[in-house]
Ligand binder design. Structure first.
Ligand code: GCU
Length: 612
C-alpha cells in the first residue's frame, strides 16, 4: 500500500506501491507491469533507437516491450491502459507526434495558482518549494502514464520570489527535478526577462553584451544543478511584463539572446506570442486585438534560432469558448511553433461547469494540421485538491491532453471512453451516458454563454458568470459593440482587416456573412438583430433560442450524470458542481437574454420568460 492516500485518477485501479520511494525509470516500469500483468507478464527490452517511442510485441502469453529508457515506461503504460480499459492489447510501434509535451503551471510561490480552480499549489507555499514528495511522484506517474514529458512549474507572470528558482533556490529545484526525472518528466522554469536588473545590472537590453554574458553565466549555474532542465519559458512585453520593446529591440533579439545562453546545455527557449495592447481605448475602433500576435511575429519569421519555440495560443484572443484558429499558427513557415491550450477552465466554467475540451482541439488540429507545430503546451488544471483537478470530471481533460500530445488524431469520443473505463469502469449503458455528456458539454456551455463567437461577456477579472458589458469599456481590447440595432465586429477587409491575415482558403470560409459558420458569425461580422440566419430565424431569435436551450440542456445533462454510480469519493464533488452549473447556466440565460431584449426591444417569438 502506498503512503499516498490521494486520488490516483485513471490509475486508481492499480496500486503498484511505487510512489512512496525513489525508483529508477526501469524499476517503475517493471513494478507497473508486474502489478498489472503478473511477474512474467511483460518482458522489457532496451532499445535506444526508438527514441521516446516503443514497440509492443505479443509473445505467447506475455508481452515484449522494446524502447529506450522512457520509451519502456510509456510502452508499459500503454499496456496498462488497455488492460484497465478492458481493451484488446495492442501490438506495434508508437511514437509521440510532439517532442515537447508541456504542462505550464501558473503557480505562484505564495501557494496561490493564477487561474487555478483545484486548490493551492502542489509545489509552492510561503515563498518556498515545499511539497509532499509522494504526491509529486504520484503526479509524475500520472503524467508518464499519458506521456507528458515537461512541466513548467511556475507562473509565466514571474512574481517575486520566483526568480530565486534559478538563483538561491537552485538546490530545491534540483531536488524537485530528481523526483520527477524517473517518470520522464523534465522541469522548465518561467523566467523574468528583466532578471539581470534584479541582480544589480542597469539594463536588460538583449543586445547588451554584459546582459548576454549574465544570462550565459546564469544558465551555466542552473544546468550545473539541473543538467536536464528542459529550458526557460518567457512571457515578455505582455500584460505589463518586461521585454525587449523597452529597448527598441525585437522579440527575435530577445528570444535569441536567451536561447544562446541555453544552447550549450541543450536547453530550449519557449517564448510566448501572447502580445497585444492591454491599454487600449475602447473608443479606438482601428486597433483590433486579435490582429496583434500576427502583426508582432509574422515579420520575424525565419529570424528565431533553432532552439527557440514560439508558443502561440490556439485562438487570436485568449482561450475563449469559441475562437477561430490563430492565423499565426498558419503563417510561420520558418519558425518552430508550439500550440498552447488551457486545461484550466478560466473562461470555460472554472471546473464547475462540465467542459470536455477535445472536441475543440479536434477543430484546432483539423484547421492547423498536426504537423505544423513541433511542440504542444497547455496551461495546467492541477492543484492540491484531492482529485488534482477540483472536479473529478475535469481529470478527463488532463488525460486527453497527454493522448493528444502523442496523437492529435486520436479522437475525442474514444479518448473519453477510455478515460471513463479506466477511471470508473462503468457498464456500457452508463459509459454511454457519461461519454455523451462529455462530448456534448462544450456545445452546451457555448449555447448559454456569449452568443455566436462574440466572446468576452464574462465577469471581469474572475471570468466566471455573465457580465455582458463587463469588458466593454475596458482597456483590454475586448469589445462586442452591441447597440439597439446590431452586435459584433466586422473583421473582414471592409472592417478591421483581421481576416486578411489568413490564407485564402480560410478567408473564403469566413468572409461572406451569409456563408460564415454560425458559431463564428459575430466574431467576423457585425449583424443586425433582424438579419435572417440560414435556418430562417432572425439573429435575435437565435440568441434567445440558444440561451433557453443551453440552460435546459445543462439541466438534463446534470440529471443524467448525477444518476451514474460514481464512487462515494467522487460523487460529492461531481454532484455539487453539476448543481452549481445548472444554477449558473440559468443565470447566463437570463442575463444574456435580458441584455439583448433591453437593447433590441425584440420579443421572443415563443413567448418564454425574458426579464425586463
Ligand atoms: C489571460 C489570463 C491571465 C494570464 C494570461 C496569459 O489573460 O487571464 O491570468 O496571465 O492570459 O496567458 O499570460
Amino acid at each position: 500500500m502506498s503512503v499516498w492516500d490521494g486520488h490516483m485518477g485513471w490509475l486508481g485501479a492499480l496500486d503498484a506501491g511505487i510512489t512512496d520511494r525513489d525508483m529508477t525509470t526501469e524499476e517503475i516500469a517493471r513494478a507497473e507491469a508486474e502489478s498489472c500483468f503478473g511477474k512474467d507478464g511483460v518482458v522489457l527490452e532496451k532499445d535506444g533507437s526508438l527514441g521516446e517511442g516503443y514497440r509492443i510485441l505479443a509473445e505467447g502469453n506475455a508481452w515484449r516491450v522494446r524502447g529506450g529508457k522512457t520509451g519502456l515506461l510509456y510502452g508499459v503504460y500503454r499496456l496498462v491502459r488497455h488492460r484497465l480499459a478492458g481493451e484488446k492489447l495492442p501490438e506495434g510501434d508508437e511514437r509521440p507526434q510532439y517532442g515537447l509535451r508541456m504542462i505550464d503551471c501558473w503557480d505562484n510561490m505564495d501557494g496561490t495558482v493564477e487561474r487555478g480552480y483545484s486548490g493551492r499549489s502542489i509545489w509552492f507555499e510561503g515563498g518556498r518549494l515545499t511539497y509532499r514528495p509522494e504526491r509529486i511522484r504520484m503526479l509524475g506517474r500520472l503524467l508518464a502514464s499519458v506521456g507528458v514529458n515537461c512541466l513548467c512549474i511556475n507562473n509565466v507572470n514571474v512574481h517575486e520570489p520566483a526568480q530565486g528558482l534559478i538563483d538561491e533556490m537552485l538546490p530545491d529545484l534540483k531536488a524537485m527535478a530528481g523526483l520527477l526525472r524517473p517518470y520522464g518528466v523534465r522541469l522548465m522554469v518561467s523566467v523574468d526577462f528583466a532578471m539581470p536588473m534584479r541582480c544589480g545590472m542597469s539594463t536588460a537590453d538583449p543586445l547588451d553584451e554584459e546582459v548576454a554574458a549574465w544570462w550565459k553565466d546564469r544558465a551555466e549555474k542552473v544546468y550545473a544543478a539541473v543538467p536536464d532542465l528542459a529550458g526557460f519559458l518567457v512571457k515578455a512585453d505582455s500584460e505589463h511584463r518586461p521585454g525587449p520593446f523597452t529597448y527598441g529591440r525585437t522579440h527575435a533579439d530577445g528570444a535569441n539572446m536567451l536561447a544562446r545562453a541555453l544552447r550549450p546545455f541543450g536547453g530550449t527557449l519557449v517564448w510566448r506570442a501572447f502580445v497585444y495592447n492591454c491599454m487600449q481605448d475602447w473608443r479606438d475602433t482601428r486597433t483590433d486585438r486579435p490582429k496583434a500576435a500576427y502583426e508582432t511575429y509574422q515579420p520575424l519569421d525565419g529570424q528565431f534560432d533553432d532552439n527557440v519555440i514560439l508558443q502561440v495560443k490556439h485562438g487570436p484572443f485568449d482561450f475563449q469558448v469559441r475562437e477561430p484558429l490563430s492565423p499565426l499558427l498558419l503563417s510561420m513557415e520558418h519558425t518552430h511553433l508550439a500550440v498552447e491550450f488551457q486545461l484550466a477552465q478560466e473562461y470555460t466554467g472554472h471546473q464547475i461547469d462540465l467542459y470536455y475540451m477535445p472536441p475543440m482541439w479536434d477543430e484546432v488540429f483539423s484547421a492547423m494540421g498536426k504537423d505544423r507545430p513541433v511542440a504542444i503546451a497547455a496551461v495546467s488544471n492541477l492543484g492540491r485538491d484531492d482529485c488534482w483537478t477540483g472536479d473529478p470530471l475535469a481529470l478527463a481533460n488532463l488525460f486527453a491532453y497527454g493522448r493528444y500530445a502523442w496523437d492529435p488524431m486520436c479522437g475525442a469520443e474514444e479518448t473519453a471512453r477510455i478515460f471513463i473505463r479506466m477511471t470508473w469502469g462503468f457498464e456500457k449503458g452508463d459509459e454511454d451516458i457519461l461519454a455523451r455528456a462529455l462530448m456534448g458539454s462544450r456545445g452546451i456551455y457555448e449555447k448559454y454563454c456569449a452568443p455566436l463567437g462574440i466572446c468576452w461577456m464574462v465577469s471581469p477579472n474572475g471570468h466566471y458568470g455573465p457580465s455582458p458589458d463587463g469588458y466593454e469599456y475596458q482597456l483590454w481590447g475586448t469589445y462586442h459593440r452591441a447597440d439597439r440595432d446590431a452586435v459584433g465586429i466586422d473583421r473582414t477587409s471592409s472592417g478591421t482587416g483581421y481576416l486578411d491575415q489568413y490564407p485564402e482558403e480560410f478567408q473564403r470560409i469566413y468572409r461572406d456573412p451569409e456563408k460564415c459558420p454560425d458559431e463564428y458569425l459575430l466574431f467576423f461580422h457585425r449583424r443586425r438583430y433582424d438579419s435572417v440566419m440560414r435556418d430562417g430565424r432572425t439573429l435575435i431569435q437565435r440568441i434567445y433560442d440558444d440561451h433557453f436551450e443551453g440552460a435546459a440542456l445543462a439541466e438534463k445533462m446534470a440529471e443524467d450524470v448525477k444518476k451514474l454510480p460514481f464512487p462515494e469519493r467522487d460523487r460529492g464533488e461531481i454532484c455539487r458542481r453539476l448543481d452549481l452549473q445548472v444554477k449558473d447556466a440559468a443565470e447566463w440565460r437570463d442575463v444574456i437574454n435580458t441584455f439583448f431584449r433591453r437593447l433590441s426591444g425584440a420579443e421572443d417569438e415563443r413567448g418564454r420568460k425574458i426579464w425586463r
